[in-house]
Design a protein around this ligand. Structure first.
Ligand SMILES: Cc1cc2nc3c(=O)[nH]c(=O)nc-3n(C[C@H](O)[C@H](O)[C@H](O)COP(=O)(O)O)c2cc1C
Length: 189
């Protein structure tokens, strides 16, 4: 019998399944590490920008993830120029690093309406900050929070690649890609 609690990391398909299990847990459990991934994008000068976000949806079948944001935020402007992002998650209890690459579709207006309807009232206040996020203000609290559906955007990340690194007595790293139908390949860690 295998007593290694992380024996899922020994098998490509189990490692892939565990990665998705932990992503999905991030949506449902506010204490799960995948709840707060780091989202990296590229700005108009070609420089990387990284920030913490909340994972709002994860669908394994389409291999897509959703993040909600203010459509006036800098990341949205940057994504309209360079529609690619990377997402990073370190799950310490699983000893698992997940690095995801994605093409990003920015959904706004009618395309985001059904999702906006399900956003709790208190969370809606995060979408519609005035002045827009990142704008200079005279003092720290010189801004207003308005729940404005016109400022709500869903970043839909269509994953192209998942790089999973498991740290154990022997480290194991695999790369899964949409092009390979997510079958995966072991790579040197
Ligand atoms: C715990 C935490 C969760 C956050 N969640 C989100 C989020 O889901 N969406 C978002 O747009 N910003 C979120 N932020 C704020 C971003 O990190 C960032 O400051 C903001 O979106 C502005 O980024 P930008 O100027 O690069 O667009 C979160 C910050 C923290 C600390």
């Amino acid at each position: 019998m295998n007593s290694d609690p992380n024996s899922w990391a020994h098998d490509l398909s189990q490692l892939y399944a565990e990665t998705w299990r932990r992503l999905i847990r991030g949506v449902d459990d506010r204490h799960a590490p995948a709840r707060h991934p780091t989202l990296a994008t590229v700005n108009s000068e070609g420089k990387p920008q990284a920030r913490t976000v909340v994972l709002r949806a994860a669908d394994q079948r389409s291999a897509t993830l959703d993040i909600h944001t203010d459509s006036q935020s800098k990341k949205v402007t940057d994504l309209t120029i360079t529609p690619y992002a990377a997402l990073h998650i370190w799950d310490p209890s699983a000893h698992l690093q997940m690095r995801l690459e994605a093409e990003v579709n920015v959904l706004t207006g009618d395309d985001a309406e059904q999702i906006w309807e399900k956003v709790p009232e208190v969370s809606r206040l995060s979408y519609g900050i005035s002045p827009p996020p990142g704008e200079p203000i005279p003092t720290a609290l010189d801004y207003l929070k308005n729940a404005d559906p016109a400022s709500f955007a869903v970043l839909r990340l269509e994953l192209s690649c998942i790089d999973a690194l498991h740290l154990g007595q022997n480290h194991r790293r695999a790369r899964f890609s949409r092009g390979d139908n997510w079958s995966g390949t072991w790579v040197a860690p």
